[in-house]
Design a protein around this ligand. Structure first.
Ligand SMILES: Nc1nc2c(ncn2[C@@H]2O[C@H](COP(=O)(O)OP(=O)(O)OP(=O)(O)O)[C@@H](O)[C@H]2O)c(=O)[nH]1
Ligand SMILES: [Mg+2]
Length: 606
């Protein structure tokens, strides 16, 4: 299949255009450096390649290097038909540096180039226009104006693109002599053809004066973060109650039509009690994705990263660590990849190694369960803050705090040779924008589906496995079932944490994937009281008499422990060291255990 290579500066809308042309759903957000790997899709009979953004062919960060290497390799390849350069029409000068360099490279290999002048909707909104014919003449390649968001001009653009890709030889002949200094030429072209820059900047600066000011900016930052973590709890609660009621009703209905016996118990305890307990938490993951998405789309996150640069530098990190850290609250795997945009290898490594301490969404079910057990519902602090929400914030905060402490230690002890290639912190601030709702909702829905797909099978298997071991030999109690016997054997490890063997089994199982904890516990409590209704695992744990110190220790255990094999694999891939990655898995596990034991023991003395 012939290939169309798509290039451009970061945040110029490549991925959104790629999605429109291929029907795929690559991540799109208003922050430079979202795409960090090469993505391929099909557009008509061509393969379209979306690359990470780069400001020039002298790639600085790892994602830029990936893009530049692929451009250089691919442009010389016979299978590449043409190069599509995406430009941000509102930031012509910055977009053209890369554009001109790539055009020159493409011409050297007899490949035609087309320029997509994106963001034309924003140009129109400020009452400006761009002379595309003039620009096209000056560049010596066709320029087509479009908006990947409002879809203006997209149809005509697609026709022209396919026309050129289908007959590259016809367009490849080019007589223009590309200018030697791309940066200088970009400035000239932007002056001649670009829009009055201050129109766009004026509004933005007005907001930024407020957002980036030491006082108001700091206050807004803290308020945004607090609302973010608080709303994961408060916004999701009605939805979670809805799911819980639904599962409860379903379980009641199914229970009524199955005859008493093994099958009835299995459905009640393993399916509804185990797997059902886990499904209750899906709305929370979706709310988290929604809020992070809103922040990303608005353009605020880049400002937050800028403000965090100085404090983060103190811990050996960079302002660019902020986004990987924040997205680590959804999932560590893409967050570790997002660390590719960090300019310094030393800081990048520290960021990657501490991302697993961010409370990812897989911990949400565990937190939600334990917070519901330990903190009374509907209680408020000063009449404003929901106490359960505040407890959530505390857990997230503890994760971030631990990450900073570990970063500081790593900064001291990691070999310094990586730092020789250290580079300055530069971040282009994107324009403030309203969210793009449709892709945002798709992303939210997708996060829920992905969560179930990824963790669902393993939780189902563990729930079934635990149920079988706990149910047999027939007519035994849970205590002297097969599972009980194994449990009592491992119990001494968990006694110092103030927990009995049932929690021990659930914790051990959660080293496969941390979400398993809730399902495993749900099955265990289901087995114990086979006649009760399945809803309300938190009430059962509460009634069972978990002490506050043991519960708190257990929560902190889950903040710190790295119970995710996929994260270890990702770390191995990105750091190139399997010893380091598995070492981290063990180290965070031991640290988590030590913290839980300490909290329980000290709490017991008070
Ligand atoms: N108004 C408007 N917004 C756009 C347009 N194209 C893209 N966007 C928005 O611009 C932002 C960046 O889009 P992306 O597609 O992620 O940009 P990218 O070039 O892939 O960025 P990197 O992957 O970071 O290099 C997103 O918020 C998009 O919704 C457009 O034509 N008009
Ligand atoms: Mg992209």
């Amino acid at each position: 299949m012939q290939r169309i290579l798509m290039v451009g500066k970061p945040n110029c809308g490549k991925s959104l255009l790629f999605n429109q042309l291929t029907g795929l759903r690559q991540k799109v957000a208003n922050y430079p450096g979202i795409t960090v790997e090469i993505t391929r899709g099909k557009c008509d009979k061509f393969e379209l390649v979306d690359l990470p953004g780069a400001y020039s062919l002298n790639g600085l960060t790892r994602d830029e290097v990936i893009a530049v290497d692929e451009i250089k390799r691919s442009v010389a390849d016979d299978d590449t038909s043409m190069v599509l350069v995406v430009l941000d029409a509102t930031r012509l000068a910055q977009s053209l540096v890369m554009g001109l360099q790539v055009q020159r490279l493409a011409f050297e290999h007899n490949k035609p180039v087309m320029f997509a002048l994106n963001f034309i909707d924003e140009v129109k909104r400020v009452g400006e226009s761009i002379d595309t014919d003039g620009l096209s003449k000056a560049l010596g390649s066709p320029v087509l104006a479009l908006s990947a968001r409002s879809l203006d001009g997209l149809h005509e653009f697609k026709q022209s693109l396919l026309g050129m890709a289908g007959e590259p030889a016809r367009y490849a002949t080019n007589n223009s002599t590309p200018h030697a200094d791309a940066a200088e030429r970009s400035q000239e072209l932007a002056r001649d053809f670009g829009i009055q820059h201050d129109i766009v900047l004026k509004n933005q600066n007005r907001i930024d004066n407020f957002m980036l000011n030491n006082w108001t900016g700091g206050f807004i930052f803290i308020a945004v973060m607090f609302v973010l973590f608080q709303s994961i709890f408060t916004l999701a609660t009605p939805l979670m109650d809805g799911v819980e009621d639904f599962i409860g009703t379903l379980a009641g209905g199914v229970g009524a039509i199955t005859a008493e016996g093994v099958v009835h118990d299995f459905i009640n305890d393993a399916i509804f009690g185990g797997f059902g307990s886990f499904l209750v938490f899906v709305p929370q993951i979706m709310v988290l994705t929604l809020i992070i998405g809103l922040l990303e789309d608005s353009g605020y996150l880049a400002r937050a990263a800028l403000m965090c640069h100085r404090p983060l530098s103190f811990f050996g990190l960079s302002g660019r660590s902020f986004i990987p850290y924040l997205s680590g609250h959804a999932c560590a795997i893409p967050a570790i990849m997002a660390a590719r945009t960090i300019e310094s290898p030393h800081k990048r490594l520290i960021t990657m190694l501490t991302i697993p301490l961010m409370s990812c969404s897989a911990r949400l079910p565990v937190y939600a369960l334990l917070v519901a057990v330990l903190v009374p519902a509907n209680e408020t602090f000063l009449g404003i803050f929901n106490m359960q929400g505040a407890a959530f914030f505390g857990l997230y905060f503890f994760g971030i705090f631990m990450a900073l402490v570990v970063s500081q230690i790593l900064n001291r002890f990691l070999p310094r040779d990586l730092e020789k290639t250290d580079m300055p912190f530069i971040l282009e601030l994107p324009t403030y924008r309203l969210p793009h709702w449709k892709p945002l909702f798709q992303r939210v829905l997708n996060s829920g589906i992905m969560f179930i797909k990824r963790a669902g099978p393993i939780i189902f298997m563990v729930s079934v496995g635990i149920w079988v071991l706990g149910y047999f030999p027939l007519n035994s109690t849970l205590q002297n079932s097969w599972l009980g016997q194994i449990g009592h054997f491992i119990e001494p490890i968990f006694t110092p944490m103030g927990l009995d063997w049932r929690y021990g089994v659930a914790i051990l199982m959660s080293f496969l994937a941390r979400e398993v904890f809730v399902g495993a516990l749900g099955t265990l409590f289901g087995l114990e009281g086979a006649d009760e209704d399945v809803a309300g695992l938190a009430e059962r744990v509460q009634a069972d008499g978990m002490t506050t110190e043991a519960g708190l220790g257990l929560m902190l255990f889950y903040v710190v422990a790295l119970q995710c094999v996929a994260t270890v694999a990702m770390l191995k891939g990105e750091s190139g060291s399997s010893k380091l990655s598995w070492g981290l898995y063990v180290a965070y596990g031991l640290l988590a255990y030590a913290i839980a034991v300490a909290v329980n023991q000290i709490g017991g003395l008070l």
